[in-house]
Design a binder for this molecule. Structure first.
Ligand code: IPD
Length: 268
């Protein structure tokens, strides 16, 4: 078995255990532990507990690897591998009792920054539905034991797209202007609230494309590999002085150039 395949198996195992914990904590009721970057950006006690479980499992199984997690930050390892973790992606959904949330686990190689790393293994597990999306570099993308692929064509009505909005109210006008630019190519738009699942849905052909400015690395690390292993296109455009929030665009190859251009056009 290849290293990527071994890492995928571990990612699946840990994501499922972490997801079971998230689901049982959800059933017991959710406590908001703190707000983070903005009032709308919350962390629950379950986010912290789930990340602690993931971190402990990784420390036991792969003690030399690095770690980058939403709740506990970064720790460099001595191996080439870093694990990039969102313990509960879709935290606001989770807090409100909306089932669209997931544990996102990715193993990446190289410098632990999205513009530099190469993702090699991924698992996105949605505990409320039991759906497990997983991939390894060169090994394809899967929903459970079924191979998935992005949509090869987009119908005349246009693309079914998804996006997300930043937590900081100051970013909303820019996000809405981007939506307005993209709408002419879209039959409809979804804002489901969990980026890792948006990307997994692009990989599975449930969406034709997805775009968002301001994602954190743990929101897209696993989903990006799902998309590319499913035959899709993915681009991470790093932030700069004019536009500090990075842009993520993922889609079926047939609409990718148009979607990327629309998402970028009109920005400084
Ligand atoms: C958020 C979700 C959401 C996206 C936000 C993310 P979190 O992650 O993925 O869909 O629009 O940009 O921050 O905070 O729930 O882990």
């Amino acid at each position: 078995m290849s290293l990527a395949h071994d890492l995928e198996a571990l990612a699946i195992d840990i994501a499922q255990d972490a997801g079971a914990l998230a689901r049982s904590r959800r059933a017991e009721g959710v406590d908001i532990a703190a707000t983070k970057s903005a009032l709308a950006d919350i962390v629950t006690l379950a986010d912290r507990e789930v990340e602690a479980l993931v971190r402990a499992r990784l420390a036991e199984a792969r003690p030399d690897d690095g770690f980058l997690g939403e709740e506990t930050g970064a720790e460099r390892g001595s191996s080439d591998v870093t694990w990039v973790i969102d313990p509960i992606d879709g935290t606001v959904n989770y807090a409100y009792g909306i089932p669209q949330y997931a544990v996102s686990v990715a193993a990446v190689i190289g410098e632990p920054a999205p513009e530099l790393w190469e993702a090699v293994a991924a698992a996105v597990y949605a505990p409320a539905t039991g759906e497990l999306f997983h991939a390894s570099r060169g090994g394809g993308a899967w929903l459970g034991d079924r191979r998935i692929e992005v949509n090869a064509e987009v119908g005349p009505a246009g693309a079914l797209l998804a996006t997300g909005f930043g937590y900081d109210p100051a970013t909303h006008a820019g996000d809405l202007a981007r939506v307005a630019r993209v709408m002419p190519m879209s039959r409809d738009l979804r804002r489901a609230g969990a980026a890792s699942l948006d990307l997994a849905y692009v990989a599975a052909g449930r969406l034709d494309g997805y775009f968002e400015r301001g994602l954190a690395p743990w929101d897209h690390a696993a989903g990006a590999l799902l998309v590319t292993e499913a035959g899709g296109s993915f681009e991470f455009v790093a932030g700069d002085d004019a536009q500090p929030r990075p842009l993520v665009v993922a889609s079926s190859p047939v609409i990718f150039d148009r979607l990327l251009t629309a998402a970028l056009d009109g920005e400084d």
